[in-house]
Design a protein around this ligand. Structure first.
Ligand SMILES: O=C(O)CCC(=O)C(=O)O
Length: 298
């Protein structure tokens, strides 16, 4: 499928009704193979670990000896900028703009790996329950794309159909342990509405940030790899939103690593990094601009 990708009116209706929508062919097989190589390298290197960007979502994540069971890498393009030049990114943005409006913007992205044989189940949760930006509200969707077939056995996504039309439910940290990054839904919900969404590599499923979702453990001999891009629509003021208690109590090792990383070298280190970061962004913009001018001439 070449970008831009167009949704049908049935797709819109299904998404609003059920809170999720499977999409075929977000990326071509050659692109998936290339992204998968990058993905495996980043996870093998534990890219971003000391910065708190690589973590185990379902354990206290504070011991080198612990076997990770649901590993997350935040913002993979920071470690592999070539991920910014992919068709799946263009297609995902096109889908987001159709569902959220023309001002939809990429919000964050991450990769989640369920290791072979011992990859843990992803607890039932709503993405909106993770929200921590006080005083504002917006619509948010995630586009979840597996880099191999996703099956019930290796942990494809599962949803509670229609939960997008209900409220944000009460959540808690698994085992009530605020050191664990994941959240799990602590309220009752209608489990009879559970729907599994198996996918082929390069297909994707979009879900609303209110849609209750999770995934089985990986019981197969190969890792289950997923790449996820989140987008948000127009931001509105919501002074009444003061944060969720289950987030305010979080104390994760990854947050502590991120803080130590941002404070390293004291004031001098922070100033040098701010200047380096600004210069890096400037040169990346120049390089992108030059690239698009050259491509325009070809
Ligand atoms: O990949 C998974 O197992 C969970 C993904 C997820 O929760 C999400 O994309 O919001």
């Amino acid at each position: 499928m070449q970008p831009p990708f167009a949704l049908s009116s049935e797709d819109f209706a299904r998404f609003e009704e059920e809170g999720f929508l499977a999409i075929q062919g977000l990326a071509a097989p050659a692109e998936i193979a290339r992204v998968r190589e990058i993905y495996d390298r980043l996870f093998a290197e534990k890219a971003g670990h000391e910065r708190g960007l690589h973590l185990d979502m379902v354990s206290p994540d504070d011991s080198a000896a612990a076997v990770p069971r649901l590993t997350q890498l935040l913002n993979p393009p920071e470690f592999a900028p070539e991920l910014l030049e992919t068709d799946f990114r263009k297609n995902a943005l096109a889908v987001a703009r159709q569902l959220l409006g023309a001002d939809a913007e990429p919000w964050f992205e991450h990769a989640i790996c369920k290791p072979a044989r011992h990859g843990a189940a992803t607890p039932w949760h709503q993405d909106e329950a993770h929200r921590n930006d006080l005083g504002v509200t917006y619509r948010q969707i995630s586009i979840w794309m597996p880099l191999q077939e996703a099956t019930i056995e290796n942990g494809c996504m599962r949803y509670i159909s229609g939960s997008n039309r209900g409220p944000v439910l009460t959540h808690r940290s698994p085992h009530n342990d605020p050191r664990i990054m994941a959240l799990e839904c602590a309220d009752e919900f209608d489990a009879t509405r559970e729907t599994f969404v198996p996918l082929n590599a390069g297909d994707a499923v979009v879900h609303d940030s209110r849609t209750l979702h999770g995934a089985n453990a990986n019981r197969t001999d190969a890792p289950r790899r997923a790449y996820i891009m989140a987008f948000r629509g127009a931001v509105h003021s919501a002074p009444e939103f003061r944060g969720y208690p289950w987030n305010l109590e979080k104390r994760t090792a990854a947050d502590a690593r991120a803080k130590a990383w941002s404070e390293r070298g004291g004031l001098l280190g922070r100033t040098a990094r701010a200047i380096g970061g600004a210069l890096g962004r400037f040169f990346r913009r120049v390089r992108r601009k030059a690239g698009s001018l050259i491509r325009g001439k070809e």
